[in-house]
Design a protein around this ligand. Structure first.
Ligand code: NAP
Length: 282
């Protein structure tokens, strides 16, 4: 029940109206028996929004596109990993002090490590945007050997240089024989779900293929990877874990991952069937 003691959380981004985060967090709060509510705030002025969060005592917020990097200077403290990634997707309001975290990297790495050992693995990381930055940081932490390929080659080059990896021309991305492929671009996301980031011929039995795009759940890349006998990991695995990481930071308690996944799966399948809604990027 919402009452005078209800604690408020939310997401700030733009656009944000179709985010899945309210679903993740409100259902988790309910299951955890917490008197808390999570809302979506479509923000125009980021600095004012941070003042508002502090002034109103909002307990925590998720941060999404386009503010993950932009928000850093407005915070009082940034946890070590988020500082290195230079992006924050979670803010904890600790008695008026705004503390920034990044749960994206851990969400992706946990999802991978549930299936494979990352140490020494040859990984092709497609993309050099915000999500690729976070995942690249995690792969470096785990000692993977990473090649980054991105449509805008200069971005791949800079990210690879920063993380101590190598970059590779986008036009030649099909020439490599990695053990793990991670799609961290938005290629394949609805309504462009007939596209994939790689020619099918690159996929070989025994490879691990992770797509962080979660709408549709079975992207073209994952469908083709399954056909070729690859081990596949869908975007829900990272999404669930980054959300669980946020809940843990805010409440000190680890929520039930399986239940969050079930809720998201149901919502995504419903949307895929109706094709009426659209989800933005968390
Ligand atoms: P971003 O910072 O905007 O980066 C987008 C990336 O996709 C860039 O590397 C961009 O290349 C590439 N790209 C976009 N359209 C392309 C095209 N037509 N051809 C080739 N490359 C293209 O976005 P982001 O935050 O990294 O998110 C990327 C994707 O990951 C989104 O679909 C988002 O929904 C998903 N995501 C999922 C999770 C999860 O938990 N599962 C978490 C975060 C993000 P250029 O640099 O050349 O533009």
């Amino acid at each position: 029940m919402i009452d005078a003691r209800t604690e408020l959380y939310g997401i700030i981004g733009n656009p944000v109206r179709h985010s899945l985060s309210p679903l993740i967090h409100n259902t988790a709060f309910k299951r955890m028996g917490l008197n808390a509510l999570y809302l979506a705030f479509e923000v125009e002025d980021l600095e004012e929004a941070i003042h508002g969060i502090r002034a109103l005592g909002i307990r925590g917020v998720s941060v999404t596109i386009p503010f993950k990097t932009e928000v850093v200077p407005f915070l009082d403290e940034v946890e070590e990993a988020a500082g290195k990634i230079k992006a924050v997707n979670t803010i904890l309001n600790r008695g008026g002090r705004m503390i920034g975290y990044n749960t994206d990297w851990h969400g992706a790495i946990e999802a991978l490590e549930e299936k494979i050992d990352l140490r020494g693995k040859k990984v092709l990381l497609l993309g050099a945007g915000g999500a690729a930055r976070a995942i690249g940081f995690g792969l470096r932490e785990r000692g993977s050997l990473v090649i980054i390929s991105n449509r805008s080659g200069d971005k791949a080059h800079h990210l690879a240089e920063e993380l101590g990896f190598v970059s590779w021309p986008w036009s030649l991305r099909g020439d490599l024989q990695p053990e793990v492929i991670i799609n961290a671009t938005s290629i394949g996301m609805y309504p462009y779900d007939t596209e994939g980031p790689l020619p099918k011929e690159v996929l070989k039995e025994g490879m691990t293929v992770m797509d962080i795009v979660y709408w549709p759940l079975r992207t073209k890349l994952l469908r083709e990877a399954e056909e070729k006998g690859c081990l596949t990991i869908n975007g829900l695995e990272m999404l669930t874990r980054q959300g669980a990481g946020q809940l843990q930071i805010w409440t000190g308690r680890r929520p039930d991952l399986g239940k969050i996944k079930e809720d998201l799966y149901r919502a995504l399948v419903r949307t895929e069937v109706s094709k009426e809604g659209s989800y933005d990027r968390d």
